[in-house]
Design a protein around this ligand. Sequence first.
Ligand code: PAF
Length: 312
Amino acid sequence: MTPDVPTPAGGPRLVTTRDGLREALADVPAGPGAHAVGSAGGGSGRRAVVMTMGALHAGHLALVRAAREVADHVVVTIFVNPLQFAPGEDLDRYPRDLDGDLALLAGAGADVVFAPTPDVVYPDGDPVVRVAAGAVGDVLEGAARPGHLDGVLTVVLKLLHLVRPDVALFGQKDAQQLMAVRRMVRDLDVDVEVVGVPTVRDADGLALSSRNAYLSADERRRALVLSRAVRAAEEAAVAGGGAADVRAAAQAVLAGGEVDVEYAALVDPLTAQDVPADHLGAAVLALAARVGSTRLIDNAPLMLGRHDLEHA
Ligand code: PAF
């Protein structure tokens, strides 16, 4: 693949360098009125970014399509960020398929794909100054993967600076990541709108993830307990159950499964901390489990006791 040229057949323009990105953005500028929240593309000149680590699947394409609906120009970043992998995690075996990704993006409405190498993103080596996710990053994924969310937020902030979007879209499947990004944007006054996009699932219910590629047929069958637990929690919430009922519904399903559950928590979307048993309003069910050697997560935004309000 030749870098920094338009891909064939009207696909997105691939850039791999900071200069290439700058030139591509100059050709698809964000325009006046770009921050009109709720404007649906349509000539406003809004620029959206969808950040990914590649190995794209239908979940990523849903993000790109959602981006297309709220912006005129869509930039997709593809970068496997070493900073968010601890030593011994799957950085080396993380799936990479740039040509396949570009073929998928050609039909999804991306204008520019920024696919840098680590030396482009981190020209001085590992950054000395980083973003700390704080209390949002110490629990759930952060407890299992110390420093993971700091690495995520650091690269997300860098990519926001490089792409300068009006809106950034993230999947609800990585619920804690979405919470941490929202919190960073709020706490550090980052001038971008953050949009969460619902999880895309396979027909059997498994949440789409690049890591699903690691699963054997039997592991995949066992992994389905996660989405069954999510569904049970959703049903308990819709039936008017409180936090204790929702937790119990998810845990009952997980107890009958054949996976190693790392956590099953019901948390506040603003803090990622456990909600009390009498909690009303928005909450997030967050699940993580090991299936064989593969670690999977699944999540759902829920509304407890207040069905007149939209989901988180
Ligand atoms: O969700 C991901 O794929 C990554 O964590 C992200 C947001 C692209 C940062 O590397």
